[in-house]
Design a protein around this ligand. Sequence first.
Ligand code: NAD
Length: 256
Amino acid sequence: MKTVLITGSTSGIGLGIAKEFAKTKQYNIIFNGLETNGPEIANNIGKEYGIAVMYSNANMLNPAELRTMVSDGIAKFGKIDVLVNNAGIQHVSPIDEFPDEKWAAIIGINLSSAFYLSKAVWPGMKERKFGRIINIASAHGLVASEFKSAYVASKHGIVGFTKTLALEGAPFNITCNAICPGYVKTPLVEKQIADQAKAHNLSESEVVSKVMLLKQAVKEFVPVETLGQLAVFLASEAASTMTGTALPVDGGWNAQ
Ligand code: NAD
């Protein structure tokens, strides 16, 4: 059995990714997230798919908690083979009104946590000559949208971080790739629909059609299953020469 640690896996995309890893029955899963029913979510998936699970409520803003989550995971499962840096938050606001504390939280959660966690799993991956790091970036890792300065900076940052780890990991069979989703209907986006409506002075349904899906050629939200299956592929032996990529799964947004 391999072990995968997925941050922010008790909601949205992270939970969808966890389910796809669970379906393969080839992974122990370390769940993480701030949802209060996190232990229950993890245990239910463990029972449903007959796999071993662990849950940690480590806060992405606390490097010591992140290191403890990794060492607890290694103590329980012996190793961590795959790290999925997925936890993330958003805040939508014009730059002149953008709260300083939101900037710091977005950079901390969306970008710096990936640094601390990658650093913590790296020595074991290097020693065993196998590792897969998958960063959930965003279409906003490749292009910008107005009112999302911190988010776009964090996601462009993680794409650069991905390329660097790919180069450093190559001699040790450690790959690092970024998945760049378009819009996925999760709690993060549901909150954004409301925030964007305020920023653009539109109704919520107008935000979905005129702002969000406007940039996607395929006028549909991206299913979490698509992202989960791509993550499982990137974690596989078959993907060993695929590294340093930033893969858009964005309904053609980046084709324009
Ligand atoms: P979500 O709000 O459904 O889930 C976010 C998860 O991160 C939750 O489990 C939450 O508890 C966890 N989290 C947030 N802050 C944390 C902290 N300080 N410490 C520990 N955990 C924390 O959001 P989602 O839409 O599933 O987003 C997941 C990732 O996908 C994010 O990085 C997001 O930027 C990215 N993404 C989302 C979309 C989209 O349209 N939903 C598009 C592109 C990229």
